[in-house]
Design a protein around this ligand. Structure first.
Ligand SMILES: Nc1ncnc2c1ncn2[C@@H]1O[C@H](COP(=O)(O)OP(=O)(O)OP(=O)(O)O)[C@@H](O)[C@H]1O
Ligand SMILES: [Mg+2]
Length: 409
């Protein structure tokens, strides 16, 4: 698809962009996608989208492919994307005219403060149907060995309707949310988490098998302890800075209080890293029998949690209303983006799926103003284009239908 014509001008409407802070020239994003190309990705069989640095509003009916498009972008960063879907699910199930067509691919031209780059990901050519569990990564035309290479260039944070339950369910989704925020501060965090998960899986496999080698299990526990401490240190540093930024937030979104709970995360509060590492190693060794029986490990980085509270109300997030919880999440994501923009010179891409529809009008306008002032290339989805009118020319618009990208008339 070509460069996008803007939507009908909202600036002609009374009380709209012409007399709102959105009318002032906003800072242009310094990290943004200039072109996105999708091939055989879910219902988006073939699509090319050229964008500028402004926020992108994606509208279309249910099932058009809006979330799919955000998911495709999320796969240009480390991890399993915003749905955490198995890779086999990503390849289109739509019939093709070309019997040899196979696999899926997402590619983008990226603009960063340091210059332009190309990123790509997709299924391995020649892999069995679905492409196994490893995706191919390309950076500037070269095959990249690890996802960290993506994280060093592109940082993205997302909010999806599924995350409305983030404060009501178990810690794993909150931990993933936290780790994604940490990637923004420290792209090496993704590599550490991968190495940690791999060692954890391998130790569990050996312990379950019963007949294991002490030296081998011991060396995996060394890796686990060392990585857990590095992961905890990165989380602590990020939460500390972010909590400061959240506490200072002003405006329509509530101030969030942040806390970090976890074995190494807590121990690091008053002990040096080497001591914490030694302690974790000791506990892991002592708990081998228990871990063999129950699976996983009773201690480590995979048990940490982010605690969030509504500062004004003095309530844990889980006790706030659905709308308040959503506003808290937005508040954290905005504070994070402001801080990363300040520290690293570019706000992350914000993928905000169905966020506008759940906000009252005042908060919706406040969100648009914040996003515009931030200078982030945020991607906003919704079924109703009218919701986004206050953004006027501060945003570009894309319509989707049945997996096809349409420019707005
Ligand atoms: N592998 C696949 N191949 C083909 N189509 C798929 C695949 N996976 C998902 N889809 C379809 O893609 C369509 C678009 O899904 P998506 O979640 O992006 O819609 P949406 O525009 O976000 O809709 P909503 O407004 O309901 O959230 C759905 O009809 C879904 O069933
Ligand atoms: Mg959707």
């Amino acid at each position: 698809m070509r460069a996008l014509p803007l939507g009908a001008s909202a600036s002609a409407l009374p009380g709209s962009v012409a007399d709102s802070p959105l009318a002032a020239a906003p800072p242009a994003a310094t990290l943004w996608l200039r072109r996105l190309t999708l091939s055989r990705f879910r219902n988006l069989r073939q699509a090319e989208l050229a964008t500028d640095a402004r926020p992108v509003v994606l509208t279309g009916p249910n099932g058009a492919g809006k979330t799919n498009l955000l998911e495709a972008i999320s796969l240009l960063t480390p991890g399993r994307g915003l749905r955490r879907a198995p890779l086999a699910e990503l390849e289109t199930r739509e019939p093709s005219n070309d019997p040899r067509a196979a696999g899926w691919a997402v590619a983008a031209e990226l603009v960063t403060p340091q210059g332009g780059h190309s990123l790509g990901t997709g299924s391995e050519p020649g892999a069995a149907a679905g492409g196994g569990d490893k995706r191919l990564l390309r950076v500037d035309g070269e095959r990249a060995a690890s996802q960290q290479a993506l994280g060093e260039l592109l940082s993205a944070v997302w909010l999806t309707p599924q995350m409305d339950r983030l404060f009501l369910e178990g810690p794993s989704a909150r931990r993933r949310f936290l780790d994604r925020l940490v990637y923004g501060f420290d792209p090496r965090h993704a590599g550490r988490l991968n190495a940690y998960d791999k060692a954890l899986r391998e130790r569990s496999r050996l312990l379950r098998a019963g007949n294991w080698d002490r030296i081998w299990v011991g060396s995996l526990e060394d890796t686990l302890a060392e990585r857990a401490v590095a992961i905890a240190a990165a989380r602590r540093a990020a939460v500390e800075r972010l909590a400061g930024a959240c506490a200072q937030s002003l405006g329509a979104f509530p101030r969030a209080g942040l806390g970090l709970v976890g074995d190494a995360e807590t121990l690091l509060g008053d002990r040096p890293a080497v001591e914490v590492e030694g302690r974790l190693r000791e506990i892991l060794e002592r708990q081998r029998g228990r871990d063999a029986e129950l699976g996983g490990a009773g201690v480590g980085a995979h048990r940490a949690d982010l605690s969030v509270s509504h500062l004004e109300r003095g309530l844990p997030a889980g006790l706030c209303s659905t709308g308040e919880q959503k506003a808290l999440l937005i508040s954290i994501v905005l504070a994070h983006a402001r801080l990363i923009a300040l520290e690293r010179g570019a706000a992350p891409l914000l993928l905000l799926d169905e966020v506008a529809a759940h906000l009252d009008e005042q908060r919706r306008r406040a969100l648009f103003e914040e996003l515009t002032a931030l200078g982030a290339q945020s991607w906003l989805t919704g079924t109703e284009a009218a919701l986004f009118e206050p953004l006027g020319e501060a945003a570009q618009r894309v319509q989707l239908r049945d997996g096809l990208l349409l420019a707005q008339a």
